[in-house]
Write a protein that binds this ligand. Structure first.
Ligand SMILES: Cc1cc2nc3c(=O)[nH]c(=O)nc-3n(C[C@H](O)[C@H](O)[C@H](O)COP(=O)(O)O)c2cc1C
Ligand SMILES: C=C(O[C@@H]1CC(C(=O)O)=C[C@@H](OP(=O)(O)O)[C@H]1O)C(=O)O
Length: 384
């Protein structure tokens, strides 16, 4: 299974194509649209999110809400396009000289992209923008729906925003708060402090990042493989997570704390339970050993850097005149941690779905489900 996306932040639309999805899988457009709606939320979002009302158009490969096995083409329109048509001048001959962006913003692809592609900054920023993640969420939602039908669930948590860390112990209470609160961290004190931190950042022309966690539940042992570097599940998840704009690190389970502990305080003792098969007493590994899922929940954490466009811009250099000037700022989010969480859940869903299809290649969903159930049954009774 593979996918490709295209589209600029202020172009007409985002497009995507998925190939290799089995036939006979239920695809709910409403679930995709709900994920797109969630990705637009969060108290730190800027003016753009008031303009967009993201909705997916399923163009091919789905009939009557069920996949046909043919490539699935998707589109998401940019409502902002009508305000940018002249600037973008797509497919037209136009004088773009006056529309050049010549003051690259630190923290963005702007300068390096301009050097690498030998072009002004707009040609870089349009595609580097996280607007592209709307399509990755739509595509990931299809993967997530397939996983859900197999009983696999993905949950995301915001762990920290701008240095304010959330505490939560009770999963039920957490999900209750997630439904109620715009920060959705499950810790009312932290939510208030995050709101205050955001107000300060906004008033000072600053921006915020944070820490996020994604968990994958009810996966069997054996997805991914130890035999080749590019088949390792943790490696694939790392690639997908770090490909999301502004993500700068990833860890699994105990993560970087592992480096401070003795081995016996890190590795997860194995036991056997009749009817449940091989289990672990702890899950410090975060559900992956040797590049394979080990049957425990996959738990990964990532760090999002603060949004790079600052309303009090940093210094930069004008590409033509080489003068020291302030970096350009048109409009920006101040904090996009809650939105990024939705993106992360969906890029993780894609990688897991790909790993499922690598282990159980199938042309129809029934074929996949049959192989999946047989394998899980076998894991519980396997003799050596
Ligand atoms: C959901 C989301 C929204 C974002 N919104 C903005 C934004 O409004 N302004 C901005 O400067 N960067 C924003 N970013 C981050 C930049 O796109 C990103 O930092 C930039 O493309 C450089 O890539 P890198 O940080 O991965 O190196 C956003 C990122 C995400 C995930
Ligand atoms: C458009 C989205 O996010 C954008 C991501 C982004 C960036 O530089 O990454 C910059 C901003 O774009 P604009 O300048 O048009 O306001 C965000 O709004 C989106 O998430 O759908």
């Amino acid at each position: 299974m593979r996918f490709l996306t295209a589209g600029e932040s202020h172009g007409q639309k985002l497009v995507g194509i998925i190939e290799g999805l089995p036939s006979g899988m239920k695809i709910s457009k409403d679930r995709i649209d709900e994920a797109l709606r969630q990705r637009q939320q969060g108290p730190g979002r800027g003016g753009r999110m008031a303009i967009e009302q993201d909705e997916v158009h399923l163009v091919s490969g789905v009939r009557g809400g069920v996949s046909t096995g043919a490539p699935i083409a998707l589109e998401i329109l940019n409502r902002d396009w009508e305000n940018w048509e002249k600037v973008m001048a797509w497919g037209k001959e136009a004088d773009l000289e006056s529309r050049k962006v010549m003051t690259p913003r630190p923290g963005h692809a702007d300068l390096t992209g301009a050097l690498k592609y030998h072009t002004e900054v707009r040609n870089i920023l349009e595609r580097a923008s996280a607007r592209e993640t709307a399509m990755r969420v739509a595509i990931g939602s299809i993967a997530r729906q397939g996983l859900s039908a197999l009983g696999v669930e993905i949950k995301g948590h915001v762990l920290a925003v701008g240095g304010v860390h959330a505490e939560y112990v009770d999963e039920d209470a957490y999900w209750q708060r997630v439904k109620q609160s715009e920060w959705s961290v499950g810790d009312p004190v932290a939510e208030q402090q995050m709101g205050e931190r955001l107000m300060v950042a906004r008033s000072e022309g600053e921006s915020l990042g944070g820490l996020l966690e994604v968990q994958v539940h009810h996966l069997p042992a054996g997805l991914g493989s130890h035999v080749q570097w590019d088949r390792k599940l943790d490696g694939k998840l790392a690639q997908a997570v770090l490909s999301v704009q502004a993500m700068k690190g990833i860890s699994f389970g105990l993560g970087f704390d592992m480096g401070d502990r003795m081995g016996s305080k890190v590795h997860d003792p194995i036991y056997y339970c009749q009817g449940q098969g091989f289990k672990r007493r702890t899950n410090h590994a975060g559900g992956i050993e040797g590049g394979m899922s080990n049957g425990e929940p996959i738990i990964l954490q990532t760090v999002m850097k603060p949004i790079p466009t600052l309303y009090q811009p940093l210094e930069t250099v004008h590409l033509k005149t080489k003068e020291v000037v302030k970096a350009s700022v048109e409009r920006s989010d101040v904090c996009a941690v809650p939105a990024a969480l939705v993106v992360l859940e969906h890029v993780v869903a894609w990688v897991i779905a790909e790993a499922v299809l690598e282990k159980f290649p199938a042309d129809s969903f029934l074929e996949l489900q049959t192989a999946w159930e047989a394998y899980i049954g076998n894991l519980l009774t396997m003799e050596f």
